[in-house]
Design a protein around this ligand. Structure first.
Ligand code: SAH
Ligand code: SF4
Length: 352
């Protein structure tokens, strides 16, 4: 019998599971505390949980399913972990240091089927979805690493921007969010969590309805249908028009700001007319929208794309600002260690 990861259970699910086996809610809370506050790595370390319960848990669940395959540290403190899953698939998780705290970027799928033309993750088709436990465990592994350094550091922010399309693994994504947000556990505040999607419009609506109070970012990357279809083939299914309709619904339902991500690709989408078109597209959603301009991280296999030069990036930013659009430049992290998602993994797989 393959045992499930205990990290895949929400607190309610753990309470129910133990409850069905005659264990009280208080016991589930003890176990939860050992997992997420004291952060033990084996059931036998749960000192005040009775033996019978420990045995029951150990018979059905495991705590550790990921093993560290490789770790790369960048000069700016960014650390990239390559984890091996139980079935030997490799995934990436990145820890970034910011002035405001420590953020972790998690992977949701092994590979990605959306196949955007500029992305390293899309080069390798999806092999499988990650379970909620495997997504949570990425954060726990990083937190265990920090705990081991004894500097009292805690993961404060989470971005779902690693390999994969989170909305193509929707149910596990939602459970993951419920688990890491839980007040009695890791307690990562919703406003410190950002989920990024390539724009699966139907799921944007479901996500709004789920009312999780986390941030949403949409990878737009082009201001018109023709250009977006050229660089992101998903636009044939979920056009900009459909995405923006879903965004309208999301804004109304949640009253939260939304981020539009925009990678600047030299001579492809970085001209002044593109910035003006983007401003026009955002139109009356200005007050609830933030555009995040991202420098392109070159991928060997996508040599048709180059990073925009600094002047073009600045001009694009200035044009948006003049149109009254909230706009920020994403700081780069760990460019010396292939930190753009999926790059380390794709290089390792090529070597294998
Ligand atoms: N699948 C989701 C989340 C993972 S990708 C999505 O597409 O949104 C996270 C972000 O990294 C996306 O905005 C994506 O477009 C961007 N990205 C992908 N390849 C990149 C590259 N080579 N350089 C810079 N950003 C990249
Ligand atoms: Fe998948 Fe996102 Fe990469 Fe597109 S950008 S291929 S959706 S991971």
């Amino acid at each position: 019998m393959i045992k499930e990861s205990i990290y895949g259970l929400t607190l309610d699910q753990l309470v129910t599971w133990l409850g069905e086996r005659e264990h009280k809610r208080s016991r589930a809370l003890q176990v939860w505390d050992w997992l997420y506050r004291k952060r033990v790595r084996s059931f036998s370390e749960m000192m005040d949980v009775n033996k019978e319960c420990i045995e029951l848990l150990a018979d059905h669940f495991v705590i550790q399913t990921l093993s560290e395959h490789l770790r790369q540290e960048s000069e700016d403190g960014t650390i990239k972990f390559l984890f091996k899953l139980q079935d030997d698939n490799l995934i990436e998780t990145v820890l970034m240091r910011h002035k405001f705290g420590l953020s972790v970027c998690v992977t949701t799928q092994v590979g990605c089927n959306i196949g955007c033309s500029f992305c390293a993750s899309g080069l390798l088709r999806k092999n499988r979805d990650l379970s909620s436990g495997e997504i949570v465990e990425q954060i726990m592994k990083v937190q265990h690493y920090l705990d081991g350094r004894n500097q009292d550091e805690k993961v404060s922010h989470v971005v779902v921007m690693g390999i994969g399309e989170p909305f193509d693994n929707f149910k596990n994504l939602i459970d993951f969010l419920l688990i890491i947000k839980d007040h009695k556990g890791l307690a990562v505040a919703g406003r410190r969590i950002t989920v990024s999607t390539s724009g699966l419009a139907d799921k944007i609506i479901e996500f709004a309805d789920a009312n999780l109070q986390v941030n949403l970012a949409i990878s737009l990357h082009a201001p018109n249908e023709e250009l977006r279809t050229r660089i992101m083939k998903i636009n044939r299914i979920f056009s900009i028009e459909k995405v923006m309709q879903a965004v309208t619904y999301y804004l109304k339902k949640t009253n939260r700001r939304i981020t539009l991500e925009y990678i600047l690709l030299k001579n492809v989408n970085d001209r002044r007319e593109h910035a003006l078109e983007l401003a026009h597209l955002i139109g009356d959603k200005k007050h609830l929208t933030n555009v995040n301009l991202i420098p392109y991280n070159p991928v060997d296999e996508h040599s048709q794309y180059q990073r925009s030069d600094l002047d073009s990036m600045r001009a694009f930013y200035d044009t948006l600002k003049k149109q009254g659009i909230n706009c920020s430049n994403r700081l780069e992290h760990g460019t010396d260690i292939d930190a753009a998602c999926g790059q380390l993994r794709s290089k390792q797989i090529k070597k294998m």
